[in-house]
Write a protein of this length. Structure first.
Lengths: 234, 234
DNA sequence: TCGCAGTCGATTGTCGACAATCGACTGGCG
DNA sequence: CGCCAGTCGATTGTCGACAATCGACTGCGA
């Protein structure tokens, strides 16, 4: 329980709040902390070996990010994820990614599409090796890169909050290997359309690509009834 | 220093954190706290008559919302607003509002467009009376309503963070009355296009409408050099 | 037995004090 | 005179304790 005054083995030596934040966020995004799970501050604080002050600050941030849901004097829970949430998530994803692609194409000879190709190639290799985890990581990087290439900082930050929840959904769902490989292969026509500056095709492909992934994830999703986001008032 | 147990001018008597949050956010959005302004926790806390704990929680939230910028052990400042930020803000606005309109039209006979007309009429009256403040408020409500009518909760929450910064920009800029009246009148063809389900026209009009407002605001904007968001590394 | 008011325990909200960190100042040394 | 190490002050970061609030339990009375 006592921590050495200078423990040298922690590399990213940021503030406690930041480390708590990263820890909790990662746990939520990994599905380790499932939607509906209740967090008790006292418990969690002693569990993490910190006081409640920085923990609470981290919780406020996660509330704002939409990952936690605190009701005053009652408790904090991991935010529920309904089927509707997933549908909204993926429909907004399409909008944001389409925007990114339009911007990339608009500044085309300037931006370098090589990173996309590299990621795609690695993705194929991982798919061949049935390394599903790695495919998912690379897919995330692919879409993150796409957004970043737009050169639109506000879009990047908006994306990151959407992408977080996408990641959370994916952690709670196990797609079939065949589906994931299929999705992986879908990337190449998209890359080519972007490189050739073919906006109609590129935007059509991204919409199709994202929507089909979203349908796969939303399919058969059952909202946890005990953690519904809305209640009818009588 | 002592606050009356029930000071009647604060309506929503929620937690201290919430009240501090609202107070600070409003001050930033009003332009009362200008970009670059430094907040000192101890000062601000005693000024508000609260301790630093809830104040810090509010600050973390405002950081996450992108209104404040805290650098560790150094200080918290109101986030700078560069010309580029404004351009990004308005380009994303177009994307989000276009999406909202597409969704509204898609479910058309179901949604009621009367609120838009009502707001528009009030806007015209206020414009006639040269009540610029009220025109701005109504304009905000108009666009908020448009987003809300999409029935897309995630879009609403994404919008709210964009809309906050838009509000901040507007508070720092004084548009000419003639420009504002012009903008007010632009709303009616948009409403009609939406009601008639004419998606191409409606999306074209919203893009035009928002872009021209954005150009007006970004025009002649000078980034405060002392609060630049990025530094070149040598 | 049923309804209800009071109490109790658990949990969140707030506070004041202390620790850690960083920049600026300062004083000595080459 | 210039430079560097040490110190100091101001500010943020963290802690433990106390206060406020809410739900559930309990026991009294009709």
């Amino acid at each position: 329980m006592e921590k050495p005054p200078t423990s040298f083995h922690q590399i990213g030596n940021k503030s406690l709040r930041e480390r708590i934040l990263t820890t909790l966020r990662e746990a939520i995004l990994n599905g380790e902390l499932r939607p509906g799970h209740t967090l008790v501050e006292t418990e969690l604080a002693s569990q993490l070996g910190v006081s409640r002050a920085p923990l609470r600050e981290a919780i406020q941030i996660l509330n704002t990010e939409g990952l936690l849901d605190t009701v005053p004097y009652h408790g904090t829970t991991v935010k529920a994820l309904t089927k509707r949430d997933i549908e909204e998530l993926y429909s907004l994803r399409i909008v944001l990614e389409t925007f990114a692609i339009r911007r990339i194409i608009a500044q085309l000879p300037e931006v370098d599409t090589a990173p996309l190709r590299t990621l795609f190639e690695q993705m194929l290799i991982a798919a061949d090796q049935d390394d599903i985890t790695r495919v998912n990581v690379l897919d995330r990087e692919f879409h993150d890169t796409l957004i970043a290439m737009s050169g639109h900082k506000l879009l990047v930050s908006t994306w990151s909050s959407v992408a977080m929840r996408v990641r959370q959904v994916m952690s709670l769902r196990n797609l079939r290997n065949s589906d994931i490989k299929q999705i992986a292969h879908n990337h190449i026509p998209l890359i080519e359309a972007i490189e050739r500056g073919d906006e109609p095709t590129a935007t059509m492909l991204i919409a199709q690509h994202v929507a089909s992934a979203g349908d796969l994830l939303a399919e058969d999703w059952q909202d946890d009834p005990s953690t519904a986001t809305e209640e009818d008032q009588p």
